[in-house]
Design a protein around this ligand. Structure first.
Ligand code: HEC
Length: 175
């Protein structure tokens, strides 16, 4: 009799400890999933840009877009127009280089994208009433093509400058 009760007791405790184990595993899985999620979100915010100079496909696509749509003014090797820091007889500015010698990298991604898509919109990307020879590409290029050309431009920058511009992009996104 005594033995029998003991047996029942063990049978009783067996399933409940299995349930406890299952709850434990479930909790572990849930916290693991949460951790993975948090890491993914952090990584996404870290590299939050749609123009990635580390993506060879995007850079190659951007290179082709650049050759067709930008090189005529900004130079085949991103070198800009001669004497790009001096005004033209028209009073407008020549096309600046997009390589590290220019000031393209002084702007966050959102601004570079906006200038390419909408041009140097006075009051937004330039002083009020500002006139410029930079065309708006919104009607000609898809957004992905603009991001690709920016990825290509960034790929010409040395690491230090890329990092500085990435920091600017991060700060602009936080605002
Ligand atoms: C018709 C000539 C022309 C073409 C083509 C052209 N640009 Fe420009 N771009 C300019 C000029 C001129 C400026 C300088 C305007 C100013 O400062 O007044 C400029 C300025 C810019 C700037 C601002 C740079 C800075 O440092 O402030 C960006 C970004 C830019 N262009 C991107 C592009 C991209 C990308 C393409 C190709 C998709 C392109 N441009 C094609 C003439 C051109």
């Amino acid at each position: 009799m005594h033995e029998e009760r003991n047996e029942i007791a063990t049978q009783d405790s067996a399933p409940s400890s299995a349930v406890r184990n299952r709850v434990g595993v479930g909790l572990l899985a849930a916290s693991f999933a949460f951790l993975v999620g948090a890491i993914v979100v952090a990584l996404f915010q870290e590299g939050k840009t749609l123009a990635d100079p580390g993506n060879p496909e995007q850079v190659a696509r951007g290179k082709a877009v650049y050759a067709q749509h930008c090189a005529a003014c900004h130079g085949a090797r991103l070198e800009g127009q001669p004497n790009w820091q001096e005004k033209l007889p028209s009073g407008r500015m020549p096309a600046p280089p997009h390589d590290a010698s220019g000031h393209t990298w002084h702007h966050p991604d959102s601004v570079l994208f906006g200038i390419t898509k909408y041009s140097l919109v006075p009051g937004k990307y330039a002083p009020p009433k500002y006139e410029s020879d930079m065309p708006a590409f919104g009607g000609k290029l898809k957004d992905e093509e603009i991001w690709a050309v920016l990825a290509y431009i960034k790929s010409s920058w040395p690491n230090k400058i890329r990092e500085a511009q990435r920091e600017m992009t991060r700060n602009a996104a936080r605002r």
